[in-house]
Write a protein that binds this ligand. Structure first.
Ligand code: APR
Length: 253
């Protein structure tokens, strides 16, 4: 349920969006929270509660203990496999389908945007893809996500790793260039469900703010970040705010 103030900020945002043609949206773990996927900085549960995600999602941890890191990703896959898009994913897919000019970029490695029907650029890789940690070749054989035994590359017998960008690793170059291109052109930049603390993705809002169009910065997050560049702060869950926002955008088309 949205408060009058939240509704006012959503109307302010939809008024502004309607007057412009190039919109960039960056999503983070928060947009999948209402699908039941814990956000990255939520306390880990169960057998992983003694580990911080940052300590596992890095190449050093994998080199020291590949079995531990691989098991953690198998556990995350087990956790995510039955999750479905929520109204926030569905609203963005509807927006992209029925209106032009919106580019969707995500930091998430789940495929809920794709399941909802969106076209999306992944900056941090894909939870469901794997590659060799030594020769980098994609590993396309079926993987039993209930089995945490390490897998070996058929070409060089290196350990197989998830095709995910780990802390300290560079982002996929084509996706990063595409994201920067879209953000440089946008007139409105919307950050949804992200704590905006992990760079370089977190720097996209600043790139938008100071691009030639001086883009308007909108944030949708129940726990507002202290990002001073935000012009319109919608303090609400994505699953509550986005269906209302998209409804307003579509009703005047
Ligand atoms: N709707 C919108 N936002 C939400 C919701 C919700 N229902 N629930 C939580 N949030 C917000 C939280 O307030 C938080 O600000 O989502 C944000 C999630 O932040 P993080 O857990 O830090 O996730 P994210 O910002 O995506 O992390 C960025 O860091 O760990 C790396 O590679 C990983 O892609 C990840 C990156």
């Amino acid at each position: 349920m949205l408060s009058p103030q939240q509704q006012q900020y959503i109307s302010q945002a939809s008024d502004y969006i309607r007057q412009h043609n190039h919109i960039c949206i960056l999503t983070g773990a928060g947009i999948s929270a209402e699908s039941g996927i814990p956000t990255f900085r939520d306390k880990q549960t169960g057998l992983w509660e003694n580990y911080r995600a940052e300590d596992l999602a890095n190449i050093g941890a994998f080199e020291r203990n590949p079995s531990l890191v691989w098991s953690w990703y198998q556990w995350r896959r087990h956790l995510v496999k039955d999750k479905k898009p929520n109204p926030a994913h569905q609203a963005l897919a509807r927006w992209q389908k029925q209106l032009s000019g919106m580019t969707l970029i995500t930091q998430n490695v789940d495929d809920l945007h794709e399941q909802a029907g969106s076209t999306v650029t992944h900056l941090h890789g894909h939870l469901w893809k794997n590659r060799c940690s030594r020769c980098d070749l994609p590993y396309d054989l079926p993987v039993d996500y209930e089995n945490s035994a390490l897998l070996h590359c058929q070409h060089c017998s290196g350990y197989i790793r998830p095709d995910i960008v780990w802390f300290g690793e560079i982002l996929p170059q084509q996706e990063w260039r595409d994201a920067q291109m879209a953000v440089t052109r946008c007139e409105v930049f919307i950050a949804i469900g992200t704590s905006s603390i992990v760079y370089p993705a977190a720097g996209l809002a600043e790139l938008a703010k100071y691009n030639p169009q001086r883009a308007k910065i909108i944030e949708i997050n129940p726990n507002p970040t202290d990002n001073p560049m935000v012009d319109i702060q919608i303090q609400a869950k994505a699953g509550d705010a986005l269906p209302v926002l998209v409804e307003q955008l579509l009703e005047l088309e």
